[in-house]
Design a protein around this ligand. Structure first.
Ligand code: FES
Length: 311
């Protein structure tokens, strides 16, 4: 189970259009290390857990800095974060890292949009190590790009910034960077289409040279999902899971406390014992042998009928 701590919002500022930076601290001592590429999970004011990359690396930081894009069409986590006021507290889980920076003789860092946050952290670390690196940063426009002045100051002409204006015919052409495999390790974070493009053009590169950070995970609900009932065997409660909510969200709405972190089927934190029922397993973590008796309640649902959980 991830450990949690309560931290206060010390400051916030806008770093791009619809992107705000939040600095959390006020812990009694130094915080657990923030590795380059690492992230924290935060219980947002809406109650939902969301993961955010740490903007600054540090071995014993006094504060954690994240940047959050306001997603109007999202499921409410970013909207709730953008309403946070300085002085308010949130529950923060200890940092984790699914995007660790390995050792390489040179680095090519690629960021798209809000995907700049873990890449900026890597730049700060690699520059302090005097590593050989280049960075390519793609965004729709200058207003949509965060941390450009800071990156320019750190990287100078090793930074390429490309604005496509939202025009699909004006996307950055990565072929020159990938035509010939090099000794560089590539670290890429950005929207799905950018990461798919890098995957598509790097197939001839050595195994293990291309690394991605992808928070997308599995969608909590799909358009054709149906409502169903969950019976909690220990408490005797029966909860209706609406067609537009996950089991986890329905339990939270009913005041049933559970533990979660990614809420996208990738971390394993929300694993529950299944007493009975036909499950549509959608997560990316359960082993086949675990599936008859367990369910990841942040994304999986009833395939038919209702479910009985050991809660
Ligand atoms: S909260 Fe991470 S898998 Fe469910």
């Amino acid at each position: 189970m991830p450990q949690s701590m309560k931290l206060d919002l010390l400051s916030r500022r806008d770093v791009a259009q619809d992107i705000a930076e939040f600095v959390f601290g006020n812990s009694p001592g130094p915080l657990p290390a923030a590795e380059p590429g690492g992230h924290i999970a935060i219980e947002t004011p809406s109650g939902a857990m969301r993961q955010y990359s740490l903007v600054h690396p540090g071995s014993a930081p006094a504060a954690y800095t994240i940047a959050v894009k306001h997603e109007e069409s999202g499921r409410g986590g970013s909207r709730a974060m953008h309403k946070l006021a300085v002085g308010e507290s949130v529950l923060v889980q200890n940092p984790a890292n699914n995007f660790p920076l390995g050792s390489a003789s040179e680095y090519l860092l690629i960021a798209g949009g809000i995907g700049v946050t873990p890449i900026y952290s890597m730049v700060q670390h690699l520059m302090s190590e005097k590593a050989r690196l280049r960075m390519i940063y793609c965004a729709r426009s200058a207003q949509d790009a965060a941390y450009v002045p800071e990156l320019q100051e750190l990287l100078g002409d090793r930074l390429t910034v490309h604005f496509d204006g939202g025009d699909a015919s004006n996307l950055y052409d990565f072929w020159d960077d990938f035509a010939e495999p090099s000794k560089a390790h590539v670290y890429c974070c950005g929207p799905g289409p950018l990461m798919e493009e890098i995957k598509g053009i790097s197939g001839h590169w050595p195994d293990g040279a291309i690394h991605f950070e992808d928070f997308a995970g599995v969608a909590a609900v799909r358009e054709d999902d149906q409502s169903f009932e969950v019976n909690l065997q220990k408490s005797g409660q029966t909860i209706t899971v609406p067609d537009d909510k996950s089991i986890l969200e329905a339990l939270r709405d009913a005041g049933v406390s559970t533990t979660s972190s990614c809420e996208s089927g990738t971390c394993g934190t929300c694993k529950c014992r299944l007493v009975s029922g036909d499950v549509d397993h959608r997560d990316m973590v359960l082993m086949d042998e675990e599936k008859p008796n367990h369910i990841m309640i942040c994304v999986s649902r009833a395939a038919s009928g209702g479910l009985v959980l050991d809660l």
